[in-house]
Design a protein. Structure first.
Length: 174
């Protein structure tokens, strides 16, 4: 088992899950490609161009900008990796916007006639979900900062004044 982990780099269950997910994706691709081969090819090329040439540079610039602006913090604050507390809610909010943008921006004609639902609520609900996501991330970040400060405070209390770092901190033989 150790030899396999050294060779593969992960647990055998990881390999099994990877093989199963590729099998499901291949099955779906074969079924979909049999029905609409041109549509699948257009979607694949469009997704590659849309993501790799347009979206990836945009969110990389946004991420680097956020890191450079928010990098300037007080030296007394504990070093807590904060960027994921910003990335995760932004990603989830963007994903929701990507999926629901026709309804959020009222771009769908005949939606009310077909479903009886109004388009008026989608923008407000998306903004509310976005606010909750960022609020939850802010609370999680605050808790992480508090925990880091508590750890630093505990470490500082363990050091008695006048002692060097190389001296024993517990009453051992002197």
């Amino acid at each position: 088992m150790a030899r396999f982990v050294r060779w593969y780099g992960a647990n055998p269950l990881h390999l099994l899950a990877l093989i199963c997910s590729f099998a499901v994706a291949a099955y779906a691709a074969v079924r979909l490609f049999a029905v609409q081969p041109l549509g699948v090819a257009v979607w694949f090329v469009g997704a590659a161009i849309g993501h790799d040439l347009i979206l990836f540079p945009l969110y990389t610039i946004a991420d680097r900008s956020a890191q450079s602006v928010l990098h300037h913090r007080a030296d007394r604050l504990p070093a807590v990796p904060w960027v994921n507390y910003l990335r995760v809610p932004a990603f989830l909010s963007g994903l929701l916007l990507l999926v629901w943008f026709p309804l959020i921006f009222r771009m769908v004609n005949g939606f009310h006639d077909a479903t009886g639902l109004s388009l008026d609520v989608y923008l407000g609900r998306w903004l509310a979900v976005t606010a909750v996501l960022f609020g939850a991330a802010a609370v999680a970040f605050a808790l992480s900062l508090r925990r880091a400060r508590r750890v630093i405070g505990t470490q500082e209390r363990r050091r008695a004044p006048g002692r060097g770092d190389d001296e024993p901190q517990h009453g051992g033989p002197q």
